[in-house]
Design a protein around this ligand. Structure first.
Ligand code: ATP
Ligand code: MN
Length: 447
């Protein structure tokens, strides 16, 4: 039997007994007068396993007494009920093999380190309980996303990372050096796989992308990364109401899965990172989302009596402070805001009859703000051409996108979910840099 979490799971059901072998890294080491206590972590789950090494072990003085935090070991021994506090079972070591020694200056000591400091040692932070839990929740969320779409008949589309069109029309793209020489035209890193997803949706009916996207926005916030992962479903024969319903089902499905599959990790986040996060997720997973149109949202903000940094008036884009006020204080649960002014949204969104708003929707959640942004797409050729011109974008770059409106165009819709914002919401981690293995932000791209 091996794997710390598997042993812990088994012990939850059965009495201890039998020989086990565990391999991992020492989270802590205590050398008592005559025995040593080794706390072993192997990342298989939140649990660690304590090994007790008695002095009669072969090589006790030379090996075990020299072990330090961070060393890699393989321990074989018998599982026994533990007389000590803090764990029910422990391994009575019969053999301890030092697999990889650790230098004296190992930076992860037992004390609590700040997340800022841990970012500077991103090669070691997965060994902490917080980052181990983040990485496991991230994995479970990704798995749930694929399951959700697969169960509903969506096909995953691999959209390109290198692109020559700006999907958001916002000009926040990283240029590729040498792109012109290589491709014969300027090339950039994608900000979204949406336009390509639309191509596929107009053939396969329902598709999704799940890949890295890049934004050269100089926003040093706790919610923006220069490289982040985006999940983008796109559906043909779909309007905004159906899209909102899909986004709700999707978020509830993924959050429920995380709660069900990673209870130990979530209990940790609840106790040490964000008290109440488990109840909050459960509540979200069980309740319907509130729905407001943009005009109602602006009216609520105007009546709030709040002194916002960005004054509220019809026509402005909602800022994070507004989104959070609505989600946290006004509604107290996720809400969907729809029908934004066309001027603050991308050119491809379906124009409403009023000529000044578009069929957009954002899902806003407490603490994070915007987590999903989506829309029904403009499928009418004439309106789309006008919107591209109004946005000041070169029509030539979008010839194929316009073609789709000439050859069997249908109403269609899709959204983009920022994967790290979802993980942030699920774990209660305050900074988005601490929910991605290797954050890329202005001025920093180490590792
Ligand atoms: P924001 O207003 O928060 O910058 P946005 O309107 O630029 O978001 P979209 O272009 O709609 O966002 O992108 C879809 C989703 O991608 C957002 O809802 C968000 O979850 C996520 N997202 C956008 N920009 C970033 C970023 N820089 N880092 C991480 N996630 C992001
Ligand atoms: Mn943005």
């Amino acid at each position: 039997m091996s794997g710390v979490q598997r042993i812990a799971d088994l012990l939850a059901r059965e009495q201890p007994g039998g020989t086990v072998r565990v391999r991992g890294w020492l989270r802590t080491v205590r050398h008592g007068k005559s025995v040593s206590f080794l706390e072993i972590s192997d990342g298989s789950g939140f649990a660690t396993l304590q090994a007790v090494a008695p002095p009669e072990l072969p090589g006790y003085e030379e090996t075990v007494r020299q072990l330090g935090t961070g060393a890699a070991v393989e321990v074989t021994g018998e599982l026994r009920e533990s007389p000590g506090k803090g764990q029910r079972f422990e391994v009575h070591a019969e053999q301890v093999v030092l697999v990889g020694a650790v230098d004296d200056d190992y930076p992860l000591q037992k004390k609590r380190h700040s997340f800022e400091f841990l970012r500077t040692i991103a090669h070691l932070r997965p060994r902490t309980n917080t980052f181990g839990a983040v990485l496991r929740v991230r994995h479970e969320a990704a798995r749930a996303i694929h399951d959700f779409f697969h169960q509903r008949g969506f096909i995953q589309l691999q959209s390109p990372v290198i692109t020559t069109s700006d999907a958001e029309g916002a000009g926040e793209m990283f240029e590729i050096a040498g792109g012109r020489d290589f491709f014969g035209r300027d090339a950039r890193l994608t900000v979204s796989g949406q336009l390509e997803a639309e191509i596929a949706a107009l053939a396969l009916e329902r598709v999704y992308t799940f890949g890295p996207t890049f934004r050269a926005e100089n926003s040093n916030t706790s919610r923006h990364l220069a490289e982040f992962w985006m999940v983008e479903p796109e559906l043909a024969f779909c309007d905004l109401d159906e899209l909102v319903a899909l986004a709700e089902d999707f978020l509830r499905f993924v959050l429920t899965r995380i709660l069900d599959e990673r209870p130990d990790d979530m209990a940790f986040f609840d106790q040490r990172i964000d008290p109440g996060v488990v109840d909050r997720l459960r509540h979200v997973a069980e309740s319907d989302f509130e729905r407001l149109d943009y005009g109602e949202a602006v009216a609520l903000l105007e009546r709030s009596g709040r002194d916002f940094e960005h004054p509220v008036r019809w026509g402005m884009d909602l800022q994070s402070e507004h989104e959070r006020y609505l989600a946290e204080e006004k509604v107290g649960r996720p809400l969907v805001v729809t029908d934004y002014p066309s001027a603050v949204k991308a050119f491809y969104m379906y124009e409403n009859d009023d000529g000044r708003t578009v069929r957009a929707m954002d899902v806003l959640v407490p603490r994070v703000g915007e987590i999903v942004g989506g829309s029904q797409r403009e499928h009418r050729l004439d309106v789309l051409r006008r919107r591209i011109a109004e946005a000041g974008l070169p029509e030539e770059d979008y010839w194929w996108y316009l073609d789709l409106r000439r050859y069997g165009s249908v109403p269609h819709a899709g959204f983009g979910l920022g994967f790290e914002r979802l993980v942030q919401f699920a774990t209660g981690m305050a900074n988005i840099r601490d929910v991605i293995p290797f954050p890329r932000v202005p001025g920093y791209a180490e590792f």
